[in-house]
Design a protein around this ligand. Structure first.
Ligand code: SAM
Ligand code: SF4
Length: 475
């Protein structure tokens, strides 16, 4: 099916049926315990849940059932993804924006913001700082502006890949930008993009309309909703969806994310989104909406939504950003998260210009977790998880349908855990503080012992190559 400009027609009916979602949520109230246990059993088999089932999980109030759900989410996370946490950093390229999203610091009418777009030299300097900290994966972020068209974005991707300092290099560049047309996505595909990420913000049509003023490009709900279909059509098969929690009822948004996943599966031979993001709204400079949003999601509900997503879509990566505080991140991480950012600065030029602290007048919102990469990595080790800087999947063609095939067979362990070990060892040798080195080597040793002896030998041999100076080893 050709998916393009026709989605600009605002009268088209899309795959999010607001009334139906509310009917499903209402019908699921006071769920029966035995029915919930049946849904848990299905989730244990790692079968993607149906909307009626997810609706029931969303209505659980019973404390014991909630505890059971949290421990099941931990178990599924471990079984599918292992105790591995992938690290990345966001890099804000430009904050010019033609839209006026009510919740965003970059909105056009916000005079408190200094507008800035990095030059290619400045972009290179930002990348150098990130490489020197040990990052291998970035997500580039842009406002929506004619300046940030597909050619510009492709140029920034190429600049990032070609910037290398010492042993440092960026091996995967993901993008979070306004939706493009198919021709535009093709240019990014050629430039070697990893994942293209678009958050629908809110799946609720009426709320979407209220928060995105008429006449703005972003006001077109359907253009955004089908933005990733166009990316897929252009050959980009790693797609990231998300909702900005706090704009509307959190249970509705979880249902929206699930329907979006089901839509992908229908359209693309069973391949769902590569990642789901669930940012919560954060305060932004001179953006009154962000101070006390009616639908603010409590920490308790946040934990629930992460666990419910984990049970509902077991094979999709889940991203928890540094918008959240260190404490919340530590609590939520084991419930299903597979990727986090660390050492993040979201001011334009925030890495090279300011090593410490905030630059509010260039930031989109405030971050909750300001730990350095080294600290965050060490803390992840303390929780017994293994940090990963792996970017092999995308470079070996393990994306889209192929990735899902691997993930679904549980074989992710055979690739992802060894690759986590290799890339983490590189990090420890090249960038870590002595304290992190110690904690990291302990985790590596523990993780290796979980493999059968023959596999242990293979991993140890490759590790020795890294100790001897080789880099970028993966299987
Ligand atoms: N401008 C593009 C767009 O809107 O699609 C690119 C992404 S925007 C710079 C990145 C994301 O930040 C948005 O999709 C939105 O979900 C999130 N965001 C905006 N305002 C926020 C706030 N106050 N707190 C947390 N996240 C916010
Ligand atoms: Fe612009 Fe994106 Fe912010 Fe909306 S969310 S104002 S489009 S940067």
């Amino acid at each position: 099916m050709k998916i393009d400009q026709k989605y600009l027609d605002p009268n088209l009916k899309d795959f999010i049926d607001d009334d139906k979602i509310w009917e499903q949520l209402n019908a699921a109230k006071n769920p029966d315990k035995s029915e919930i246990r049946r849904i848990f059993d299905k989730a244990k088999k790692k079968i993607r849940l149906e909307p009626e089932e997810t609706a029931k999980l969303l209505q659980i109030e019973d404390k014991d059932l909630l505890e059971e759900m949290f421990s099941l989410a931990r178990k599924i996370k471990e079984e599918v993804y292992g105790e591995r946490i992938v690290f990345f950093a966001p890099l804000y390229v430009g904050n010019n924006c033609i839209n006026n999203c009510k919740y965003c610091g970059f909105r056009n009418a916000n005079d408190a913001i200094n507008r800035k777009t990095l030059t290619m030299d400045e972009l290179g300097k930002e990348v150098e700082v990130l490489e020197k900290a040990g990052h291998k994966r970035l997500i580039l972020v842009y406002g929506e502006h004619p300046m940030y068209d597909a050619d510009f974005i492709a140029k920034t991707i190429k600049k990032v890949y070609s910037t290398k300092v010492g042993r440092g290099e960026i091996r995967r560049v993901n993008i979070n930008a306004a939706p493009l047309d198919v021709e535009g996505y093709k240019k990014l595909h050629e430039a070697g993009i990893g994942t293209f990420q678009i958050f629908q913000e809110t799946y609720h049509h009426e709320t979407y309309k209220k928060l995105h003023p008429k006449g703005d490009r972003k006001a077109n709900y359907a253009w955004r909703l089908y933005g990733l279909d166009r990316a897929m059509e252009a050959g980009i098969d790693d797609l990231g969806i998300g909702a900005l929690f706090g704009l509307y009822d959190w249970k509705f948004e979880v249902m929206g994310l699930l329907y979006h996943t089901i839509h992908f599966e229908k359209m693309f031979n069973g391949v769902g989104p590569h990642t789901i993001s669930f940012p919560r709204i954060e305060p932004a400079l001179d953006v009154p909406f962000t101070l006390n949003p009616k639908y603010r999601v409590s920490d308790e509900d946040f934990k629930k939504l992460v666990a419910i997503l984990r049970l509902s879509v077991p094979y999709t990566g889940m991203i928890l950003t540094a918008r959240e505080s260190t404490k919340v991140r530590e609590e939520v991480l084991p419930l299903g998260v597979s990727q986090i950012d660390a050492g993040s600065r979201i001011g334009i030029g925030g890495y090279a210009e300011y090593d410490e602290g905030l630059i509010p007048e260039k930031e989109q919102f405030q971050l909750g977790d300001m730990r350095s990469l080294d600290e965050a990595v060490r803390d992840v080790c303390k929780h017994g998880c293994i940090p990963s800087f792996c970017t092999a999947d995308y470079r070996c063609g393990r994306t889209g349908a192929h990735f899902m095939g691997i993930a679904k067979k549980g074989l992710i362990h055979n690739y992802c855990i060894p690759n986590a070990i290799f890339t983490f060892k590189e990090y420890l040798l090249d960038y870590a503080s002595p304290e992190t080195k110690k904690a990291g080597d302990e985790v590596i040793n523990k993780t290796i012992k979980k493999f059968e002896p023959a596999k242990q030998d293979i991993i140890k041999k490759k590790l020795q190559l890294i100790v001897d100076g080789q880099r970028d080893i993966y299987i």
